[in-house]
Design a protein around this ligand. Sequence first.
Ligand code: ZN
Length: 110
Amino acid sequence: MFCPKCGKEYADQVNFCCQCGAAMFTPVRSRKKLERSRTDRKIGGVCGGLGDYLDVDSTIVRLIWVVTVFFGGTGLLAYIIAWIVIPEEPLAEPVKTAAPVSAPQPATNH
Ligand SMILES: [Zn+2]
């Protein structure tokens, strides 16, 4: 990684550049949050959001949920509770196009 300010190269991940003091935080992937899906929804997006959260196909979640609704009916109550409790995912922000990064030139001197 390189310092965005002075260009000093670091082999390992560092938080601050020791030469100029610039912050060099690497972008951390935000933790997955349980949210009702806006894109993958049949009723309230609960199954879609849950599937996304658990890395499971939302159809599987939906299938299991439907089965629990038919066998005992607790699934329906759980769905309503989940619908109320689980927040809806925020509206998708317009995708920011990252500035093209020029590939580092190979050193010519030996
Ligand atoms: Zn620096």
